[in-house]
Design a protein around this ligand. Structure first.
Ligand code: CUA
Length: 363
């Protein structure tokens, strides 16, 4: 697991300094101890009730020497550690940094880009080679933000404004995980981080700032290739949601665009189901009249590669599983507890199919 950004690299270098110093101390102390035990053990023929060896009461030069070596070893650890703390605390070039507010919920992450007016869930998309300043908040319990390849964990603490920064060297698709026990689905609170080159990031911003795609009004808007011709390829044409992708990152790129066959009538039916089943009470879909703020913003849900806080790939089957039995997928989740149970929601197979088609059309 190699670091892929300056913060993770700095943390790894501090770890190695500490590790090498610890190994040195272990070998030195252990070596002296082993030597003394072997050299001065009771030998054959010797009585073990012999008179004790001559006793000494300290050796000033040895003691001063040991104190000096201990201080030196601590300084060797302290200097890079303190420099690392400063380096990791202050976002470099704050004017150039992209600010993202991360909010933890039981059990998912909300990512807001205040300067860009974008809100996403469980997928943090960033440009490469640019510092990302993260403001870490939580609306319920303590969570912890962790993308192992890019930066160590920082907690999201109620009533406390924590922050951190990170940066990605190159394009990629990274795993993230809540790293602080936060309730029964803590282990299921995952997310992804996607880093894009500048051009792709700008194209992503352009798509995300728009309202949700509307298939019934504009059935011709089946491909967005005119928006970003780079991503058009033969494989894009034939890909569908249930097909295994070549790589997570390629899969993410494909997911940004409408794929395969779409049935406008089914999508329209799903849009009605979304209202009838009161999904609109908790979710926002900009441009479709849904403005709930309890659950994740779904305006561009179809462009995300995962569902249920990063637990499942966002395929037709998985989304259907999540909608028909949320409690099985992510135990304790609020959609089930405060939605399905209270509203006595019962989705027929048709409802689920229509909802899946509708949600996947939201690019
Ligand atoms: Cu959120 Cu653990």
């Amino acid at each position: 697991m190699l670091p892929e950004g300056p913060v993770a690299r700095n943390q790894l270098s501090v770890f190695y300094v500490t590790l090498w110093v610890s190994i040195f101390i272990f070998l030195t102390v252990g070596g002296v101890l082993a030597y003394a035990q072997i050299r001065f053990r009771v030998k054959k023929g010797q009585e073990d009730d012999d008179v004790p060896p001559p006793q000494t009461h300290g050796h000033p030069m040895v003691e001063i020497g040991l104190i000096g070596v201990s201080i030196l070893l601590l300084v060797i650890i302290a200097v890079p550690t303190i420099r690392g703390i400063w380096f990791q605390y202050d976002t470099p070039e704050p004017e150039d940094a992209l600010v993202v507010t991360v909010t933890g919920y039981q059990w998912w992450f909300k990512f807001e880009y205040p300067e860009l007016g974008i809100v996403t869930a469980n997928e943090l998309v960033i440009p490469t080679d640019r510092p990302i300043h993260l403001d870490l908040r939580t609306l319920d319990v303590i969570h912890s933000f962790w993308v192992p390849k890019l930066a160590g964990k920082v907690d999201l603490i109620p009533n406390r404004a924590n922050h951190m920064w990170l940066q990605a060297d190159q394009e990629g698709y990274y795993w993230g995980q809540c790293a602080e026990f936060c309730g029964e689905s803590h282990a299921n609170m995952k997310f992804r981080l996607v880093s894009l080159n500048e051009g792709d990031f700008e194209a992503w911003v352009e798509r995300q700032t728009g309202e949700a795609r509307n298939v019934s009004d504009d059935a011709t808007a089946m491909t967005w290739s005119d928006l970003d011709p780079k991503i058009e390829s033969a494989s894009l044409e034939e890909s569908d949601f249930s097909k295994p992708e070549v790589s997570s990152f390629e899969g993410w790129k494909r997911q940004q665009f409408p794929m395969g066959e779409e049935t406008p009538e089914l999508i329209e039916q799903g849009r009605k189901t979304f209202v009838d089943q009161k999904c609109v009470m908790c979710h926002t879909i900009r441009g479709h009249g849904a403005a709930g703020i309890i659950g994740p913003d779904l305006t561009h849900f179809g462009s995300r590669t995962t569902v249920a806080a990063g637990m499942l790939d966002n395929t037709t089957d998985h989304l259907a599983d999540w909608l028909s039995q949320p409690e099985e997928v992510k135990p304790g989740n609020i959609m089930y507890r405060d939605g399905y149970v209270i509203n006595k929601t019962e989705l027929s197979e048709d409802d689920v199919q229509a909802l899946v088609a509708y949600l996947h059309s939201l690019k």
